[in-house]
Design a protein around this ligand. Sequence first.
Ligand SMILES: C[S@@+](CC[C@H](N)C(=O)[O-])C[C@H]1O[C@@H](n2cnc3c(N)ncnc32)[C@H](O)[C@@H]1O
Length: 235
Amino acid sequence: MHSFPHHRHSTSDEASAPKTPGQILSLGWRYDLMIWFIDTFVFRGKLRELRQRTANLARMQPGDTVLDVGCGTGTLAMEVQSRVGATGRVFGVDPGPQQIARARSKAARRNLPIDFQIGVIEQLAFPDQTFDVVLSTLMMHHLPDDLKRQGLSEVARVLKPGGRLIIADFKPRKERQGQAARFHAGGSGMHDLADLVKDAGFSPVETEEMRPPRFSAFPGAGFVRAHKSYEFAIT
Ligand SMILES: C[S@@+](CC[C@H](N)C(=O)[O-])C[C@H]1O[C@@H](n2cnc3c(N)ncnc32)[C@H](O)[C@@H]1O
């Protein structure tokens, strides 16, 4: 098993969120309850499908080292652990102390060796070229544009050459129609996001759309899948 140096947090540090211009959530079990309710009764299972699709697009192999950035309460990271097996390693990072506490307790209950850390995308506490895969679901719309740029260059730094990045996010509000237009959470324009990903040193960069089902308030979502180019230079 690998071990990575990372910032140690004292017990009092664990209780406070790091500073970030990103919009931090720290709801713990209430986040899971809210997501379960919305997905079951309002989105008709589309959030679950979005996470599965994110994991499928990453084409994970047993033994891969994977980071879920903005991992929330760790639901996707736990799915990923089953795909990379005992020889793989899974890490999750989120600035919300209650999100991380909840993620750790869920993983401990299932006996999964996932390393959840309090942290932010703009300053990842991992060495260069650590990961085969970096994932991010429903997180990008929590960041202002300059922070997205900073975060994506950190992601490029910690990915191995040829490593895969998969980002999933809701459609932006201006593209929603019908019932979905009433859903308040933010989203990302996939083409804008794809351009930022290219600028961060990824190629090729592809996008994919997940359409909302009829008679559902699911706002629709998009995916960006990209490879860190082999020419990427760390400055
Ligand atoms: C809507 S939640 C999504 C959580 C999880 N990925 C999921 O799919 O359920 C967005 C998460 O992004 C986190 N976040 C906000 N600012 C961040 C930053 N600068 N770096 C990393 N994560 C951040 C929030 O704390 C929150 O848990």
